[in-house]
Design a protein around this ligand. Structure first.
Ligand SMILES: [Zn+2]
Length: 291
């Protein structure tokens, strides 16, 4: 048994009847050019292909709903899941929201060891984090690329710049330059809503999203890339309209004047479009940086 299949069997449970990964049920993968060695050959029947694409599109459009083949955390893992989530949240509180964006896995363990209110991660908790990180995200329906494949990847602070007033960081080089161009051209009512997110930051967000979906990993991954799969870890960033709060992370952002100006000026190169093949919701606020 391969490592990731082993992990999958540990953490994924069955809530509905048939909740095994689609490919494990003999179904064809939902995207073309799939590279995983676990995947069967692509379907040759175009009708089947169209049906798969339509199913994926339905999930993208209704990303925040449960589907019968969604994968959930096993019930017996829920308590451990909560323990891990709470401990990581305490690290964020200890170091501050801004700094936490850059936090490495080693940094996480260091804070846990130094701050009594956080407390050490148990072996079981560490194993759980590994399971989440190393499980093949395709097994619960996320088809994006794994851009950071090491749990211990470090972001060097000297490669980053803190963007004043935002609490977020960007990588120096193309991401920072693009952000400066955008703010110069679009105007001062545009704001950086999320910049660099380390593996730990993405892990924390993914666990929070999983909690909010009642343990539905598939639903969580339709609106947030699982740890290791976020382009926030390597280049991309999110923008919004000043004062718009949570609406900046909703379809409403696509109706804003800021988005219109971004589009008119040619800055919008959306990574997750309305009809993407990654299984991710439409994200008009996410700026793709070509590096
Ligand atoms: Zn984003």
């Amino acid at each position: 048994m391969q490592r990731r299949q082993f992990f999958s069997s540990l953490i994924f449970g069955l809530t509905y009847g048939a909740t095994r990964p689609l490919w494990a049920n003999g179904a064809v993968p939902l995207v073309k050019n799939q590279t995983s060695s676990d995947a069967p050959a692509l379907a040759v029947d175009p009708q089947v292909d169209r049906e798969q694409a339509a199913r994926m599109q339905l999930k993208i459009d209704r990303y925040n709903e449960d589907f019968p083949d969604d994968i959930f955390l096993k019930p017996e893992k829920r308590a451990l899941f909560k323990q891990v989530l709470d401990r990581i949240s305490r690290v964020q509180t200890a170091v501050g929201y801004g700094r936490f964006n850059l936090m490495s896995f080693d940094g996480l363990l260091k804070i846990a060891a130094e701050v009594p209110e956080v407390g050490l991660f148990s072996q079981e908790e560490m194993h759980f984090i590994e399971e989440i990180f190393f499980t093949d995200a395709k097994s619960y329906g996320f088809y994006g690329e794994k851009v950071t494949d090491k749990l211990t990847t470090q972001i060097r602070e000297k490669d980053t710049i803190k963007i004043a007033g935002s609490g977020h960081y960007l990588f120096r080089g193309r991401p920072e330059a693009l952000y400066r161009e955008i703010t110069r051209d679009v105007g001062n009512d545009i704001v950086l809503t999320s910049g660099i997110r380390s593996v730990v930051k993405q892990l924390h967000l993914f666990l929070l999203k999983t909690e909010a979906t009642g343990g539905n990993l598939s639903r969580a991954s339709r609106s947030l890339a699982p740890p290791g799969h976020s382009f926030h870890g390597v280049s991309d960033f999110d923008v919004g309209k000043t004062g718009w709060g949570y609406r900046n992370f909703s379809d409403q952002f696509a109706e804003s004047d800021v988005f219109k100006r971004l589009t008119d000026l040619g800055y919008v190169d959306i990574r997750y479009t309305r009809t993407n093949t990654y299984g991710v919701r439409f994200e008009p606020w996410h700026i793709k940086v070509s590096t």
